[in-house]
Ligand binder design. Sequence first.
Ligand code: 5GP
Ligand code: ZN
Length: 142
Amino acid sequence: MEDCIFCKIIAGEIPSKTIYEDDIVKAFLDITQVTAGHTLVVPKKHVPDIFAYDEHLAADVFSRIPKIARAIKAANPEVKGLNLVNNNGAIAYQSVFHSHFHLIPRFSKDDDFSMTFTDNSENYDDAALQLIAKSIETHVED
Ligand code: 5GP
Ligand code: ZN
């Protein structure tokens, strides 16, 4: 894809700090380093977002993630955990529209990554949850 920054990194046209590469993915340090070791795992095939994966690409890409996560953890004894983040769509903070997974090692509650999960459960009774679940369930397809 022309003008795709990650396709250019994959093609070697733009340098990156690569930590793993095979025929399916390239993993390299995110330029922003939200926390030290912040890594992007990027499929070599240009797919814009999670909605564009078929099950084979998903299996191929995800099968690489645990070993890369383990390497990030093993490389630094200060790593206490890791957030795996995949943004899809601008509303969900995606800024590069070549799908990728952020592996963000965590060091403390006060490091530079945070997420908010607001508990809205009081707004949903059992019937409302059932309706939402059914409406999604009916759309699950290959
Ligand atoms: P998104 O916001 O789409 O989930 O994440 C895109 C990420 O790509 C950002 O965290 C940003 O720092 C990273 N990024 C953008 N351009 C480059 C680049 O040229 N090199 C590297 N290594 N990372 C980049
Ligand atoms: Zn691309």
